[in-house]
Design a protein around this ligand. Structure first.
Ligand SMILES: Cc1cc2nc3c(=O)[nH]c(=O)nc-3n(C[C@H](O)[C@H](O)[C@H](O)COP(=O)(O)O)c2cc1C
Length: 207
């Protein structure tokens, strides 16, 4: 069974997003599925400079954690990304990281994996941030995993999130859905159900 990779874009290592992710991880643990939690830290993360060198080399020119995650993708069955809501969207730290990861890695590395986004806010903007983050998965033949509600928790601290009982339940439901789907894919592969073979991509540029 492949593992689930969590990418926490919050500058707060043990804040709201981390607390929400831990709730998902607890359910994956119960299902015997390994999780890896990556915290992006507090240092500035370069954004994509559109140099396109990755299209020649297959890796990002900045040579940082983006390439380390890319190298690990063969062992990953699901990617869960998490961001605090900043002005109604995901934070720049995470989108800078994900822009470079998704642009520099060949599509085949993402095809067929599961993806989920988690957002945290004090009060508003969660659904816009959630939708923005799901865009990464939806053009890479990844399957976005649903829950009983949009994957959001509320609060300004881990202690607040622990009181958001509906948010935490939403996280546990997400964890159960990820576990079930990963097991279903494994069972399908063992019974000869092959992943779809995709056509070479056509690009229609209106120039
Ligand atoms: C720059 C900045 C912008 C923010 N914008 C919003 C916002 O638009 N809506 C909101 O409800 N909370 C906003 N917040 C609060 C955070 O989203 C909220 O505290 C979040 O749960 C923190 O998650 P974390 O502990 O994982 O970092 C903002 C916080 C910061 C620092």
């Amino acid at each position: 069974m492949k593992k689930v990779m969590f990418i926490n874009g919050s500058p707060n290592e043990n804040g709201c997003i981390s607390t929400a992710m831990d709730e998902v991880i607890s359910v994956l643990d119960q299902n015997g599925i390994e999780s890896e939690k990556l915290w992006l830290g507090k240092k500035a993360i370069p954004d994509c400079i559109a140099c396109h060198s990755c299209q020649e080399t297959g890796s990002c020119i900045f040579g940082d954690e983006v390439n380390a995650v890319a190298a690990d993708l063969d062992d990953v069955g699901a990617i869960v990304v998490g961001s605090p809501v900043y002005y109604g969207g995901p934070n720049g730290r995470l989108t800078s990281f994900l822009d470079r990861l998704f642009f520099s890695v060949p599509d085949e590395k993402f095809n067929g994996k599961f993806g989920a986004s988690i957002v945290s806010c004090r009060r508003g903007g969660a659904s816009a941030a959630f939708e923005r983050l799901n865009q990464y998965f939806l053009m890479e033949n990844m399957h976005v995993v649903a829950s009983q509600y949009w994957n959001q928790v509320h609060g300004s601290s881990a202690a607040d999130v622990k009181k958001d009982l509906e948010g935490l339940q939403t996280m546990r439901t997400l964890g159960r859905n990820i576990a079930w789907l990963m097991k279903a894919i494994d069972a399908g592969e063992q019974n000869g159900i092959q992943a779809p073979v995709h056509e070479a991509k056509t690009f229609t540029n209106f120039i």
